[in-house]
Design a protein around this ligand. Sequence first.
Ligand code: ASP
Length: 344
Amino acid sequence: MKKAEEISVLIIYTGGTIGMVHDPKTGSLVPIDFKHITRHVPVLSNSGFNLESVSFDPVKDSSDIDPVFWVRMAEIIEHNYDNYDGFVVLHGTDTMAYSASALSFMMENLTKPVIFTGSQLPIGLLRTDGRENLITSIEIAAARENEAPVVPEVCIYFDNKLTRGNRTTKMSAEHFDAFSSPNYPPLAEAGLHLKFNYNHIKYPKEAKKLIVHKTFDNNVAILKLFPGINRNFVQAVMRTEGLRALIIETFGSGNAPTYRWFLDDIKGFIRDGGIIFNVTQCHGGSVEMGLYETSREMLAAGVVSGKDITSEASVTKLMHLLGKYKNNKDVLKHLSKSLSGEMS
Ligand code: ASP
């Protein structure tokens, strides 16, 4: 069995509030030099684990993270995969759920923890939530039982909860409890003890070599329905040049207006080679196409049910599948299945 000091964790700082301190000269928030993280979180020096860090240069506010940076994160993990037992990715909270979802699709045969975390308040502030988030994420990334990592998944750890990355969504721009996983139970909860929810953690069936998929196609769009939606707007979206797949954020259990024009436009888009993915606007629950009249015709037209997938996972899953397969038949075959635990 590995002793604590033989367990190594790589911290990858991409940017975001967690790594910020107030510059005493200007008063504005500036990124810290992550090599000196122990100055801000002295307890890390006594963690017992072998901790190392790398940082994006320059660091990125997460609103600027896109597929190029997903590839960068994944490559850092890929190049260091054999040398570390786990990885902690420090990331802005705003798009963390997108990045965690994207990496969950990119990293096939993952057998090590990749734990995303961040904070609502900068690590340099007294009331920061960043210290606890960082320390517990490291503990989770290092956690091993029976010679194997306890959570070999891409996850988000935030405010005492560990959730599957591709099931998680940001729900608060104010509270420390900023993320939720409405359709899948937490993988661990941190109180006095770290309690792992073993039955809900995904374990690899057999050890296979890590494969990192690095191609994305961003010819996707999200159309959020609302009562009174205008046909010109719907058609403008559908006629976007190069658009291969459209996510329609529908009402309730996957319902949409039954206007004739709406169904005709959907059929036309699919006939012309487009893919439509039906994802509910509700935070919890699932699309059930055919349950109501208002989704029956969409089902007949070839719209694919997103079941209980999050919006973040739906867009990254499509970018990943469109990047991987040029042929719609292959994309459709994988779109309706769970690739990485993202839907039931
Ligand atoms: N704007 C920041 C970001 O997402 C907010 C945060 O880190 O929480 O990068």
